[in-house]
Design a protein around this ligand. Sequence first.
Ligand code: AMP
Ligand code: MN
Ligand code: MN
Ligand code: MN
Length: 284
Amino acid sequence: MKIDLHSHSTCSDGALTPIELVQRAQQMQVDVLALTDHDTVSGINIAREYLENSNIKLNLIAGVELSTSWHGFDIHIVGLQVDKDCDIFLQRLESQLAERDRRAARICEKLAKCGHLGIYELALEIADGAQISRNHIARALVQKSICTHAQQAFSKYLGKGKKAHVTPKWISIQDAIEWIHDAGGQAVLAHPGHYDMTTKWLRRLVAEFAESGGDAMEITHPNMAADKKKLLQGIMSDNALLASAGSDFHFPSRFTELGRRLDLPQTVTPVWHNWNLATSEEGL
Ligand code: AMP
Ligand code: MN
Ligand code: MN
Ligand code: MN
């Protein structure tokens, strides 16, 4: 089975609508896809409703990606199999979205001080109803020809320590795990290989995540070097966590695609080991 447990839609900072995303998952022969938008579950109903009225055989997992603050790092925790209708969970997500708004406004104030006016308004337009993420602000900077590409927007303005960086006040890792568990889900440490930290800090992060009740961690990415995979797998085993895998798909590109090269080693226990997954042959 082809399983991809990390993806984004236009409900956060992805380029495809939830419907286009599930259509692409079908094209890529993905059997199980988790939609894990940043701090929102608003795309799940749209995708589910579409799937129910189509003949696409896809097992869509309700997910979310929560931003947390940990020792000055932005650490992302993916929630899988969350109850998208859980009232307390939805209320909690609202507070996180309010922080997103506050931060976006402050980033744009800083950009205005650098002489770049009207970025908030343009980012709002680009977000088209979704909460503004730094990705939307980066796209606005590119559209206004202030930056040549999104990566440059991060390296010049939006990244940590750069001109328009604003330290976010996200929830703690412990809160994120509690929110996900209270919504009936499993908590997964997202892309541990992408944080700009030493191996010593990474070990500390994973240990604290596991001690706080975290369930799993992503141990593979399509372009990850073999020695990095080995390191992550070792840290995962040391902390008795389950393994997860996701592409973190935002838009189709040469580097990212749904469900591509996400195989886990035979020896690990996947986060889905006790899920009730039908295969395409059986009919999902
Ligand atoms: P936010 O959640 O608003 O802080 O934005 C984080 C998102 O921005 C991530 O999920 C990525 O999609 C994107 N991102 C973060 N760092 C970079 C970078 N260096 N270059 C391009 N996109 C990035
Ligand atoms: Mn993103
Ligand atoms: Mn992330
Ligand atoms: Mn992501």
